[in-house]
Design a protein around this ligand. Structure first.
Ligand code: GUN
Ligand code: ZN
Length: 460
């Protein structure tokens, strides 16, 4: 065919990608799945200066190639980059901490680990490794907890900026029930967060999330300072944990007896809003799901973490109840989560659904990892699908990446949606990081399994 097989190291963000294109134009949890899925078996993705110019059939679009390099991924599936709606970069080195549930796990493993992030050089080296892992797993955007130290936020944003990634992060706020070495105060957390917001929010592709760790480690005064920041700056996020573990929920009720429950603590302090994202929500009541829906707030479903810490089984069908729909994304929640891979996360999400007598289809799973995540982060105008004008962050998935997958998917790229559902389900269950052949950021190759390389060098 005379197509270039070379992987251009630098494309200037203008490139053409040949392969099977899969994205979403709607939410497959509501209405027929076939109407939500957009699939072009013989596709071409045209990218100009980092943005999607067009997505369609190779036949229709190849005359518009112009002078941009063409990369042939025939036999692979191209999807929008995965979006991880809840992860902790300082916990990268403490995955697989044995034997505890949430509150003991925090005290025994998490707090001593996060202490190390007072050291900016250490924080920067972990941030780089963390971003390598994200890209290797096809994750192109994440909502990321840093640590309590402002230097840990600087380290993360500097590393993300060096790779031109769209990332959201913030300083942890924590003024009680934590070791002294990790504690701030209501005032210092406000001041330090404000300085970080002024420095980073909206700089390039970076966005800031006001990040009280969870209600149990904040006073009411601190939660109100968090809400004050949300009032003072446009488009900030609120990122915290909610109703993960039974003992945690009981403790929050004891700490805030004057409120009507866990979500109500956040609600009455002004933190339940459209750009608020609450991780876990395993123990939420029907009334709390309804309130989240009303407020247009989002929940991050973190199945590998919820299973690892024994927290419980998230009720996704209740979150997606058409009467009061809540925006849901997927979170790996590393380091309580057991994998950086959102495909591996969909695998565990499928099993959580099974244990509750529900079915999570492959299309629903991929929606959660792409456009669903973008909607949960109010970034659907920029990310999550191949609509023209969106940022060209995408993943190349090889359905035959291993001998076992090659056997499972020996017939290659399917023509029909039924065939595609079956192939995609094999990637949901068996794919993990090995299925990721390449990851592109704004039209530039950022990871390739073939070269096992990263474009980790800082931009000029
Ligand atoms: N709740 C408060 N802090 C944390 C954390 O670091 N991880 C998880 N999974 N839950 C939390
Ligand atoms: Zn978490």
């Amino acid at each position: 065919m005379g197509l270039s097989m070379a992987l251009p190291e630098l494309t200037g963000g203008s490139v053409a990608i040949k392969g099977a294109l899969l994205d979403f134009v709607g939410d497959p949890f509501y209405g027929p799945e076939a109407e939500a899925v957009r699939y072009v078996a013989d596709g071409l993705l045209l990218v100009r200066e980092g943005k999607i110019e067009a997505a369609g059939t190779y036949g229709d679009l190849s005359p518009s190639l112009g002078d941009r390099p063409l990369v042939d991924y025939s036999g692979s599936l191209i999807t929008p980059g995965f979006i991880d709606t809840h992860i902790h970069y300082p916990q990268t080195g403490m995955m697989a901490a044995y034997g505890e549930q949430l509150l003991e796990w925090l005290n025994r493993y998490t707090f001593p680990t996060e202490r190390k992030f007072a050291d900016a050089d250490y924080a920067r080296s972990v941030a780089e490794l963390f971003l390598d892992e994200l890209l290797k797993n096809g994750t192109t955007t994440a909502l990321v907890f840093a640590a309590v130290f402002p230097a840990s936020v600087d380290a993360f944003f500097e590393a993300a900026e060096g790779r031109n990634l769209r990332m959201i992060s913030g300083k942890v706020m924590m003024d009680r029930n934590a070791p002294d070495y990790l504690s701030d105060t209501a005032q210092s957390s406000y001041d330090e967060s404000k300085a970080l917001i002024e420095k980073w929010h909206g700089r390039g592709r970076l966005l800031y999330a006001v990040t009280p760790r969870f209600a149990a480690t904040s006073t009411e005064a601190q939660l109100k300072q968090a809400a004050r920041l949300l009032d003072e700056f446009p488009d900030l996020y609120l990122h915290t944990h909610l109703s993960e573990n039974v003992n945690e929920v009981a403790w929050v009720r004891e700490l805030f007896p004057q409120y009507g429950g866990y979500l109500d603590v956040y609600d009455q302090t002004g933190l339940v809003r459209e750009r608020s994202l609450f991780a876990h929500g395993v123990q939420l009541t029907d009334g709390e799901f309804q309130r989240l829906s009303e407020a247009k707030a989002a929940v991050s479903f973190c199945p590998t973490s919820n299973l690892f810490l024994g927290s419980g089984l998230f009720r996704i069908e209740q979150a997606k109840n058409p009467e009061h729909p809540v925006k849901v994304g997927l979170g790996t929640d590393v380091g309580a989560g057991t994998s950086f891979s959102l495909l591996q996360t969909t695998n565990e999400a499928y099993k959580v659904a099974q244990l509750r007598g529900q079915k999570l289809s492959a299309f629903k799973a991929l929606f959660l990892a792409t456009l669903g995540g973008a909607r949960a982060l109010c970034l659907e105008d920029r990310l999550g699908s191949f609509d023209p004008g969106k940022e060209a962050d995408f993943v190349v998935l090889d359905p035959q990446a291993t001998p076992l997958l090659a056997l499972r998917n020996e017939s290659g790229i399917p023509e029909t949606l039924a065939g595609l559902a079956d192939l995609l389900f094999s990637l949901v269950i068996m794919g993990g990081d090995r299925a990721v052949a390449a990851t592109y950021i704004m039209g530039e190759l950022a990871y390739s399994a073939r070269a096992a390389s990263y474009s980790g060098s800082p931009r000029e």
